[in-house]
Design a protein around this ligand. Structure first.
Ligand SMILES: NC(=O)c1ccc[n+]([C@@H]2O[C@H](COP(=O)([O-])OP(=O)(O)OC[C@H]3O[C@@H](n4cnc5c(N)ncnc54)[C@H](OP(=O)(O)O)[C@@H]3O)[C@@H](O)[C@H]2O)c1
Length: 226
């Protein structure tokens, strides 16, 4: 067996020592990636508890009736947050809220708004939550199939809806929430999936796009409206 390998090495047009160095560097690189993975998914302590402060802290999660948003909402609830959920389908969202409430005794509220609809009155939307201690905002709703379907397969109205859902909805929602976020020490709007996407090099473009949707930038300071 060893002799067979020796034969292969001898037939390569690269000096064996160089090949050994290359294999060593590659193995070190892969080992580093594996250790990063183990650290990130298994060992790294959660930092979410630093956002549990003040009386009855709430996390607001958009697009929480399904997928990542629902999973993140559930996880935040289990970490001790009360929740304000957002979605567009009341029946679905009510079911999710009931499901999460059944896991503990904290508060779970929700509001309905189609994020692609530009006609919302955001002050009215968030009015019922104005007095809550919201310490985390996660702008999860977003995305589109433009990359797959091509820009010419959408009508003007559906393109405008996509832009609104991805850019204007999180922006206007954040602005409407600012007065109730005035006590925030630091805003936070990341979830594990985003971090995972960031971690994986081949998803970097999606991660960058998601980072732009992360909402309140870390050093944002809420200023009272004039
Ligand atoms: N999953 C991935 O691999 C991946 C990769 C890259 C980026 N992302 C991003 O991560 C986020 C969540 O992805 P996901 O896979 O969890 O998506 P998903 O399963 O489709 O869930 C999206 C959530 O957003 C809601 N939603 C969608 N459009 C809405 C609208 N116009 N108004 C209000 N609510 C709306 C959905 O409500 P309904 O239940 O009513 O549909 C659902 O609750 C998105 O921003 C997506 O672009 C995901």
């Amino acid at each position: 067996m060893a002799a067979a390998f020796q034969g292969v090495f001898d037939s390569l047009p690269v000096p064996p020592r160089l090949l050994t160095v290359f294999c060593g560097v590659y193995a070190a690189y892969q080992t580093r990636r594996l250790l990063d993975f183990v650290w990130f998914y298994c060992l790294r302590p959660s930092s979410v508890h630093r956002y549990i402060h003040g009386p009855a802290p709430y996390a607001l999660v958009t697009g929480a009736s399904d997928g990542i948003g629902k999973g993140v909402a559930r996880e935040l609830y289990e970490h001790g947050f009360n929740l304000v959920l957002h979605g567009r389908n009341e029946e679905k969202l009510r079911k999710v809220a009931d499901e999460i409430r059944a896991r503990g005794n904290r508060d779970v509220r929700y509001f309905i708004a189609d994020a692609s609809d530009p006609s919302h009155d955001f002050a009215k939307l968030v009015g019922p939550f104005a007095n809550l201690n919201i310490t985390v905002v996660i702008h999860n709703v977003g995305g589109s199939s433009i990359a797959e379907d091509g820009i010419d397969s959408f009508t003007d109205a559906s393109l405008a809806g996509i832009v609104h859902q991805n850019a204007m909805f999180p922006l206007l929602l954040t602005r409407a929430l600012l007065p109730s976020l005035a006590h925030l020490r630091q805003a936070w709007a990341r979830h594990r999936s985003i971090r995972r996407l960031r971690y994986r090099g081949h998803y970097a473009p999606a991660a960058r796009r998601l980072r732009r949707l992360e909402g309140v930038p870390p050093r944002a300071r809420a200023r009272p409206r004039q």
